[in-house]
Design a protein around this ligand. Structure first.
Ligand code: AMP
Length: 313
């Protein structure tokens, strides 16, 4: 089997303060690019582009490096503070409230993609300022397959920059609440049509414990979430999903509808692992075999019996 293509990610590396109804954690490792890398590195090599402050303990990234994440694109701003996000999950562990988004070093960050990573064939613009997402796109040379994510913070604060990003990406991976907000409609199917009209051909909407919907041109697929009795912290589920999605496409020659369905299943499997613990720990402890087993379990749950009208005997 040929080696899978590497994936480039730009996004946040963060310290997160997370509260759930059952436990909490303060200034733990997080960030969209970090969760994405922990997931995608189960499939292929990853180039990470991000920024941290002088307060960041770089040793925390050793497990990622050991798994093939190249950190040459991680800028350390010695005089600054690392991006910090604080959020709280409600009783259903499916909805959350953001308490603080401290941009810190992100406010002045100018991303630079190291030369060897500029020809990466797959790129993921994880949740970060859309202006930075496009600055990264400008540096890529190989017409990559580009997917993006975003969040209510950017939908509300930088709407025109975000629309500009959307004109340049092939795929948007977004959660249900944000899809409704971005498209300004309560109906998800209508929202996906409206988002497609803004640029991307492929839209994946994640609905937490209710699974996800894939729209590819005019074809649809829905995948249930893994049936989990052990949800510790849902933070990073979306980025882990994206890592599994892009990681799967890294081994795919042609992006067919079937390939996108498979990517959705592996994204779901990766997301179901990260939520078992705080931060990226569960994903970093997982092996590719664990992930394969999770994907198989999912396929088993989701299998329909043959449908059709009974034939008279
Ligand atoms: P997810 O749960 O997949 O939506 O991702 C959560 C991660 O996104 C956390 O680790 C946060 O540090 C990071 N994050 C939260 N808000 C933002 C934001 N406005 N921009 C970029 N990253 C963010």
């Amino acid at each position: 089997m040929p080696k899978p293509d590497p994936v480039l990610v730009v996004g946040t590396v963060a310290y997160d303060t997370v509260k759930t109804p059952f436990q909490d954690t303060e200034r733990a490792l997080g960030g969209s690019a970090l969760y994405f890398s922990a997931s995608a590195s189960l499939f292929t090599d990853v180039h990470l582009v991000s920024v941290v402050g002088g307060d960041f303990d770089l040793n925390e990234l050793n497990p990622l490096q050991e798994r093939g994440v190249n950190l040459d694109g991680l800028h350390v701003e010695d005089d600054g503070q690392t991006f910090h996000w604080s959020g709280e999950y409600h009783y259903d562990m499916n909805t959350r409230t953001t308490h603080a988004t401290d941009l810190n070093v992100l406010e002045t960050f100018q991303p630079h993609v190291p030369e060897p990573a500029q020809a990466t064939p797959l790129a993921f613009l994880a949740n970060i300022d859309p202006t930075l997402q496009t600055l990264v796109l400008d540096q890529l040379t190989n017409q990559p397959l580009v997917a993006a994510d975003t969040m209510n913070y950017w939908i509300e604060n930088t709407p025109s920059e975000l629309k500009n990003t959307l004109t340049r990406v092939d795929t948007l991976i977004i959660n249900d609440e944000e899809a409704r907000e971005l498209a300004n409609t309560p109906n998800l199917v209508e929202a996906m049509h409206r988002i497609q009209a803004l640029g991307p051909d492929v839209i994946t909407v994640k609905k937490g414990e209710h699974g996800s919907i894939l729209m590819h041109q005019d074809e649809w697929f829905t995948a249930p979430a893994f049936l989990h009795a052990d949800v510790t912290d849902p933070t990073g589920a979306g980025d882990a999903f994206a890592g599994g999605f892009m990681g799967t496409l890294a081994s795919t020659d042609t992006i067919t509808h079937q390939a996108l369905r498979k990517a959705t299943v592996y994204g779901t499997a990766a997301a179901s692992i990260v939520i078992e613990d705080f931060g990226p720990r569960a994903l970093l402890d997982a092996t590719r075999d664990d992930l394969e087993q999770r994907a198989k379990d999912l396929a088993r749950y989701a299998k329909f019996p043959p449908v059709g009208k009974p034939t008279p005997t």
